[in-house]
Write a protein that binds this ligand. Structure first.
Ligand SMILES: CC(C)(COP(=O)(O)OP(=O)(O)OC[C@H]1O[C@@H](n2cnc3c(N)ncnc32)[C@H](O)[C@@H]1OP(=O)(O)O)[C@@H](O)C(=O)NCCC(=O)NCCS
Length: 270
């Protein structure tokens, strides 16, 4: 699509200054107007999410996204329990310990700094397990986990029940792989858990973390795709990021009923 002539751009200038205003006069190029509308809708959605999180949190939202380690295990388990209503869909603490020990570089957590004294009774499930921002900080600020992604590598293009298992004797293996669980040579990153703390659902936190994760996996150059399993009601959630639904999965984990979702990493800049 070629850009509109300069005088048309001048005519449309108000649209640049007002997120909601789009000039769709007859002279305007239809494709350009559609693009403007889409961008405006996206900007509005981002602003809505931003304002929603500021309404929900009693402290400033300055997210810090970093890989997780075993020192975050208690928070990861607390978040998983809070986010997944169905216990059969939760990963066990032992599985998290295995994954955060064996391949922590495939995980990502979104944290926020919180001063407990300033919460005035507001509660969040991952507060009691949060680690101090710095030892001896006078205001006792802690880094609270709001969302996580935990994954392993798989050899196939989609996630199987074997990928979701863990070797029984994994502690004795010293990081060596077996036929179940993490496959170090695998080019598919299999997400086993995406969870957001319920109080901030619908505030754009999941979106922020998924986008950062896909970007990071793409930049790493160590994987060809990111795969996950989801129930029907979340298919469109993942499609918005570019995941494709490859159809029903044979995995029986947690009672089955999963869809194979796959995001092919482009390799070049995303
Ligand atoms: C699913 C989950 C991760 C989504 O995280 P979230 O932070 O609430 O979602 P976001 O606010 O980032 O949503 C981003 C967008 O997706 C939309 N969305 C949210 N849930 C959706 C759904 N089920 N289907 C389609 N779109 C959805 C939002 O409306 C939002 O749209 P917008 O950008 O136009 O405002 C979160 O609800 C959660 O932790 N659920 C429980 C655990 C779970 O089911 N994990 C996934 C296992 S596969």
């Amino acid at each position: 699509m070629s850009p509109p002539p300069e005088h048309d751009q001048d005519a449309r200038r108000p649209a640049d200054h007002n997120d909601n205003a789009v000039d769709d006069t007859d002279e305007a190029d239809g494709e350009f107007v559609m693009l403007q509308k889409t961008l405006s809708q996206k900007k509005r959605a981002a602003k809505d999410s931003e304002s929603r999180i500021h309404k929900v949190l009693p402290f400033a939202f300055s997210p810090n996204i970093r890989p997780l380690s075993v020192s975050d295990l208690d928070s990861v388990v607390a978040l998983e329990n809070a986010a997944f209503h169905d216990p059969a869909h939760r990963a066990s603490p032992e599985k998290f310990r295995y994954r955060l020990t064996t391949c922590p570089e495939l995980s990502l957590g979104l944290f926020c700094t919180v001063v407990p004294d300033q919460l005035k009774g507001w509660e969040i499930e991952t507060l009691s397990t949060a680690n101090p921002v710095e030892t001896d900080r006078s205001n006792k600020a802690v880094s609270v986990l709001l969302a996580h992604i935990v994954a392993t590598r798989c050899c196939g293009e989609t996630i199987t029940d074997r990928d979701m298992e863990i070797p029984k004797n994994w502690r004795e293996l010293g990081g060596r792989c077996t036929d179940v669980g993490h496959q170090e040579q695998g080019r598919t990153v299999g997400i086993h858990s995406l969870a957001v703390i319920p109080k901030v659902h619908g505030c754009g936190v999941g979106k922020m973390l998924v986008k950062a994760y896909l970007q990071q996996m793409n930049n790493s150059g160590t994987a060809d795709r990111v795969a996950l399993l989801c129930q029907d009601y979340l298919v469109s959630y993942y499609e918005q990021f570019g995941f494709k639904n490859l159809g029903p999965s044979e995995a029986e984990y947690g009672g089955g009923g999963w869809n194979n979702m796959v995001f092919e990493l482009p390799g070049e800049e995303m």
